[in-house]
Every structure is written in C-alpha cells, then in structure tokens.
Design a protein around this ligand. Structure first.
Ligand code: 13P
Ligand code: SF4
Length: 323
C-alpha cells in the first residue's frame, strides 16, 4: 500500500545510513519509480540510461553497488566490475527482451550465419552478450550500426525488432533480425497518439525506438531515455506527448520545468493492459527492498566467471566506442 510521508522519510534515512555503513552507492534507471530515483539522487548516486548505468559502477570507489533496475543491468555492472559486490533490490526483475532471447536458440541462429557480426542490445543475458561481437544500448545503437555499415558488414541484430527496424531504416545496413519486443513500448498506438494530437495540436511527440514503427514515424524526436529527456528541454513545445515508460517523467520535469507532459496512449486500459506505460519489472524496485538488500546481502548478482570474460569484451567495446 501507499506509504505515509513519515514512513518515506524513515526509509530514506535508513538507506542513507546503510549506504555509508556498507560502503555502497545506489544507481537507478529512469524507469524506476520516482521515489527510487529520488533516493538515488539524494545519496549522490546516479540516475541514468542503461549505457551510463553500465559505466557508472566502474567509476566509483565504493565496493558495493546497488542497482535499481532490471536483471541485465545488474549483470552488466558485475561483468564490468567483477571485483565489486553488486546487489539488486530483487533478482526477479527481468525484461521481455531478455526472456525472448534464450542462449541456445540464439547461439544456433548465430552459428547458422557465421559471416555476420553479432550485435546485441544490452537487454540480454550475460550468456547472449558472451556470444556477441558488440553490445549496444539505445543511446549508441545508431552510431555503432553506421560504423559497421561503413565497414561493409552484415549484422545479426537481437533481440528488439522495433529498435532493429528503426536502425535499419536509418542506416540502410543489412540485418538479420531476432523477433523480440519490449512489452511496455510495443503497446503504444499511433492512432491514439494522433487522436491526442487533435486535443493538443501544439504538442511534440517523443518516442523511444523500442516502440512500433508506426509510432516512431509520427515522432518529433526519437531516442534513448537520455536523448528524450534532452529533447524535452531542447524542443520549443510547451506540451509533450511521451511514448516511453512513465518513470521518465521524474527527470523530464526537472529538465523542462513548467512544461506539460502527457502519457502516450497504449492499446489497452485497466485489466486489458499488460504494462500501461510502466514496466512491471522496473516497478519491483522500492525503498523497502533496497533496505533489505543492504541489510541482508541477499539479491547479490553473480555471473559465471567464464561468461564474465567473454561478455566483457563486447561491453567494453561499447564503452570504448562511446567514450
Ligand atoms: P535506455 O535507458 O538505454 O534508453 O533503455 C531503455 C530501456 O528499455 C531499458 O530497459
Ligand atoms: Fe525490458 Fe521494456 Fe522493461 Fe525496459 S521497459 S526492462 S525493455 S520490458
């Protein structure tokens, strides 16, 4: 249930104390609940997209990193900082893209096309990353694809077919595509957004490229979470229709104070809506389980050592490329 303001303050005070005691810092994704982002901010941690989350752990002196996000983010942190202890508020927080790309099938798919560079989205298991030549996040997906296109490469793209379709359209690179999608973004509907534009004719439409092609097509700005937050402040429009997880409003409001933010409509509502513009796995992160992870050390992310070595290569390649 809802917490009272007094409880919230008590929980926050406890987290601050525990972070100090345990030599830990907190990193949160833009899609987590506002209250989680707030405490990350108040404790000098980091709130960011998946690319900066990956880099963050490597730049901090603390020996423990608490990753508020979903499983692949914790694994990425562990792979890049294997000497550190990585805790997550819950290890149950997964991602439909990760679930939809099991290593056995994916590996067989790659084996069948040995002349292709393998590019995988960060939203994948450590094992899938270990099979890849490149890892990308939405912030640098286009740049990496352009780079490979210039070298005349053909690529396997996994697992997000919507992000892949967008990248293919923008760069013209030849792609073999895995059939995966994000359950949050695939719910956005162009028709609903166009109807909303009739009510708010001056609004700009901001779209994350995990959304279907028809939605990307009517966007005024397309990009990763960081890029959309930037666009919210850069665009002159006072009203913004936003097609991504509504957790992003916390930072967008800070970046563009005074503007009006409107959730892009999804296909269903109430019981018929699987995600309703908020990722059910991101929503599993709360003040209570941040506390219990720090208190008990449960929720530690462990990755097989052999996998760490192989998954680190394409991840480090991404970080070096984006530096
Ligand atoms: P970015 O923050 O990299 O845009 O990622 C979006 C996402 O869906 C993470 O789960
Ligand atoms: Fe995965 Fe989509 Fe949730 Fe991001 S928002 S973690 S891509 S299901």
């Amino acid at each position: 249930g809802e917490m009272t303001q007094e409880q919230v303050e008590q929980y926050k005070a406890r987290i601050k104390q525990l972070l100090k005691e345990k030599d830990a810092c907190l990193v949160a994704h833009y899609y987590t609940d506002a209250i989680v982002q707030e405490i990350a901010e108040e404790t000098g941690g980091c709130i960011s997209d998946s690319l900066e989350m990956a880099r963050f752990g490597t730049t901090r002196p603390e020996q423990t990193l608490v990753v508020a996000g979903v499983r692949f983010m914790g694994e990425t942190a562990k792979i890049l900082s294997p000497e550190k202890r990585i805790l997550m508020p819950t290890l149950e927080a997964t991602c439909s893209l990760d679930i939809g790309c099991p290593i056995e099938e994916f590996s067989a798919f790659c084996d069948a096309h040995p002349d292709h560079e393998v590019v995988v989205y960060a939203n994948t298991s450590a094992a899938v990353k270990a099979r890849a030549d490149w890892v990308v996040t939405s912030s640098i997906a286009l740049k990496v694809a352009e780079h490979l296109e210039e070298q005349g490469k053909k690529i396997i793209w996994a697992p997000d077919k919507h992000l892949g379709g967008y990248v293919q359209k923008q760069t013209g690179i030849e792609m073999l595509m895995w059939d995966g999608a994000c359950i949050v973004h695939e719910e956005f509907k162009a028709k609903g957004i166009l109807d909303l534009k009739k009510v708010y004719p001056d609004a700009a439409v901001l779209v994350h490229p995990e959304s279907p092609d028809s939605v990307v097509e009517i966007a005024d700005a397309v990009g990763s979470t960081t890029q959309l937050i930037q666009a919210a402040s850069d665009l002159p429009n006072e009203q913004l229709i936003v097609a991504t997880d509504r957790g992003i409003f916390y930072k967008m409001q800070q970046a563009a104070p005074g503007k009006q933010f409107i959730e892009a409509p999804t296909g269903g509502s109430g019981a018929t809506c699987r995600s309703c513009a908020h990722c059910p796995w991101m929503a599993m992160n709360g003040l209570d389980n941040i506390i219990s992870a720090l208190e008990t050390g449960e929720g530690e992310v462990l990755v097989d050592e052999a996998l760490i070595e192989d998954a680190r290569r394409p991840l480090q390649r991404m970080l070096d490329f984006s530096a």
